[in-house]
Every structure is written in structure tokens, then in C-alpha cells.
Design a protein. Sequence first.
Length: 536
Amino acid sequence: MAKKGAKKTNLEANEIFLQYEEEIVNDPVYAGMPDLRHDDGTIQWEAPSNRGSGVFQFSHDKRYQWWINKASEVGINTSEDKWISKVAKKIHPTKLHPCKVCGRIMDIRYCYLSANFMKRVKKLPFYDEQVDMDEITHITDFIASFTDTYGDKAYDALPELLKCSQVKSIPTLPHDLSSWTDWINSEYIPKEPSMLGPGAMSNAPDRLDGFHTYDRCCRPTADKGRSKENLASYSTDRRAFENWSDGNWIQANKLMGYINSNSELKKQQCANHSTGSFHPRPCSADHIGPISLGFSHRPEFQLLCKPCNSAKNNRMYYSDVQHLISVEEGGSTVTTWYAAPIWQRCKQKVYDKESALKLSRIMRDNRNIAMMLLADFVKHDEFLFLLTLLNLNYADYDYEIDPTTLNVNNQIVTVEFISKPSTLRYVNIQKIRKIRVAFSSLIDYANKENRNGFMYTNDEIEHLKQQAFSTLSSVNTFLSNKNKDLKNAIFNEATTDADLESFLQNIDYAELLEVPQFKEVKNLLVEIMSIVADAL
């Protein structure tokens, strides 16, 4: 096996890939690429962003600037969504990329069957598996075999098989192979349809040519981060975003993913196993205090089987309430700010199953009132203030689970984390997703005048709301302009995640949290929810 080009990688490159490396670095299109070679003459193909020291510590930043300059050269605006991948695809001299692991040469374009496409094929009444297909089958190869095997039925099925959000209208084409393959190559593939996938994923500036070294054929097994087991660990609880939940959501998501992917935890019994009924494994991570009732998204979960989890839904057991009180006594906060007043007033009144269910219903009503309250701030265009309620600062850190601290006590899972400031671009991806989901949820509330939830207000609450809006109107011009920028990034359909990312890069979130008007209005909201708690 060749050793050249194998520096600091888990796998040595095959000869085909090594030859490809030399062809790329000698191609004029990549002229001026910074830090091209190591001292021994081998190519520095990879320039990760997390290098802490060494002569090539800043190669990633230098190459990122190279890609910015190249974008300008080829006429791609860096404010566009996924601009860097567009540049990598446009400048690639052959559009063909060998896999570092096996040497298979694959097209970098979207031309291989996706899992969803194959699901559609398998649902066809006439499909009998005579035509083989997998995720490295080229679409034109598939269509050739498909139409040859099933004839007119196959041609008739193609429009529905190929239709997707990127290509909503499929032309009426004659039943001949050349017509379809010509259209697919010239019109369908360039639109990067979701029914297909690329042979190599874009990864600029980390990789010299802008593409992952492992192709579609080997990436799920060679790239540890893309294994099925590891993908299961990338867990995000969308409900925590929709409910504007407090708590360290990064740690909580990390632990949820760990529970989903850990082989030993999959063997654990359901917390209700002593009831005697059947409890199928593996169990899932259940919030002891449901976030749909206003509890925080914390890194502590109860193991429940699927039937028990579904049955519990947004209700609490008596034992849940007792446990949450115990956790509070240990110094932890278990509720989101809007649920704290009602929880503090009612938690000691729970003494059995029925009173626990009653508290669950009350907290559900309280949560609905809180969401309508926040929706009023959407109607008044107070987006920047609302942003301070999302706890985005937790995403500034990278948390690693210390597996030696894993504790399962009464089927409740906890761990300890090792934290450090994060330099990963995934930080902004996490923040952007939370912003999108959270504001979408509030906008949905604001646009629905009649909901099936409990509503409550009074003159005192309305007075406090007007006081809050008046206070927010007094922020300085800089914050007022930033509020408009955020609103535009959320509402304008022409904007992309790149606009939100740019916004986040040009705002100091820690300073936002200290804006006097924002802190004052947060206190007014807590006061409003205290009035609600008294009424409920």
C-alpha cells in the first residue's frame, strides 16, 4: 500500500487517489493554494480547522481566503447559500473524484440514487427486484436497466419517481432512452435534486480540492462520523426549540444521542419494567419533566420503552414530581422561566397520581399562555429581545461525554461533560436551526387566533405588556437596526442560512443578554407569568 499522502490520516491513500492528488495540485485552476506541501514534499491535502499548533496551524484560514478569492474570480457571490461548495463544483477540472479508500471513481454531481428514490421504486406495483439498485447506482444506468426490464410501465413511472421540490415539473418525453438520459444530464442533475446524491460531498476548505476524501461508496464505513451508530448520536430535540425551553440544550442533545447509540444502554430495562407487562427494548430518552409543560431541556433522562413513552406523553407521574423536587434541592433548575412560578406554587400540592395529572394539565395551560405571550412580541416585531431567550450561548462550547461518569440510577441516566470553547462551524448551524424552529413556532402561534389551548389575560397583564413594548422601543439605534436585520433574515423568503450566519457573526450575544431594556422586559414577563400562576 502506498504511504505517500498518508500523513495524519486513519487510512493510507490508494495509488489512484495519490495520482489524483498530483493531478489536482498541478492543475492551473488550483494555482496559489496556500501551504501546498509538507517539508518532505508530500502534499498537505487536509487542512482542518481545529489544529492547535504547528507550522500549518493557520492553513485552514489561508485556504478559506483562497476560496473567497476564487469565488470572486468565477463570479460566485460569497453571500450565497453554500457558496463555497458551488465554487468547488464549478472549478473542478473533470467532475470525477476517486475514493481514497477503494479507488472507485465517482461523479461529484448529484447523479446517484438516494434512499428515498429507491423507496419510491420499491412501492411500484410492478417492481419485482429484477433491477438491482443501491446508493452508488448512477441514475442513467438505473434508467437504462429499468426501462429495458419493464418497458412502457417504467417510462410512465419516471415522472413521479423523479419529481421533487427542486424539480416539480417533469416534461413529457417520448419513450426512448436517449431522450430521458439527455434531459437528466442537461436539466435534472444540475438542479441537485433530492432524489439523487453526489458521489463526493463538498468539504472546502478542509480538503484541497474541496471534496471529502471518502466517496459515497465508502464514506459510511471509512468516515467514523458518518457511521450509522455515530449518526444516531447526533440527536436534536426539536420540541425544546418549539417550546422555548431553558437548559443546556447542547448537553441535553448530546446525552440523548449517546443514549440512542450506546450499545450497553440499549440493553437497559424500561423504568416501568416492574409493572409486569411487556416492555420492548431498546428504550428511549424521556424527559422526566416534559418540556411541553415548560420544564427545561436538561442532560438527565429516564429510560422508557416506546409504549410507555407514548402513554406518558405530556403527563407526569407522581414519582416524576418527587424526583424533580429532589433535583431542585440539589441546586439544579428544572423549569423554564415561564413555568417557574406555577411550578413553585403547585409542586408541594402533589401527593398522588391524580394530583400529578392535575398539575400536568395546569402546566400545559400555563405553557400555552406563555407561547401566546411571546407571540405578541412577534406581532410587535421585537425579534432581537426574543433572541435573548434562546440560550444560544450554550452552543459556543463543545461538550464531550466522559463515559467513565455514566450513571444509571433507577433507570435515570446522567453523565458528566468535559467542555471547551468550540471552534467548529457547526456552532452556527446549531444556532441557526434553533432560531428557525423557535421563531417558526411562535409565528405559527401568532397567526392562529383560535387555538384549543387555555387563554388568560387581565388588565394588569395587558398593562405590563404595554410597559414592556414601551421599554423595548427605547433601545439605541444600533439595536433597533439589528432587530430589523434579524426580522428580515427570518421572514424574507429570499434570505438563506448564510444571512442568519452573517447576522450572528456581527452581533455579540453576551452583550445582548446584558442590555438593560432586555433584562427589564424579561423581569416583566416573569411578573406576568406569576400573575397567571395565581389565576390558574
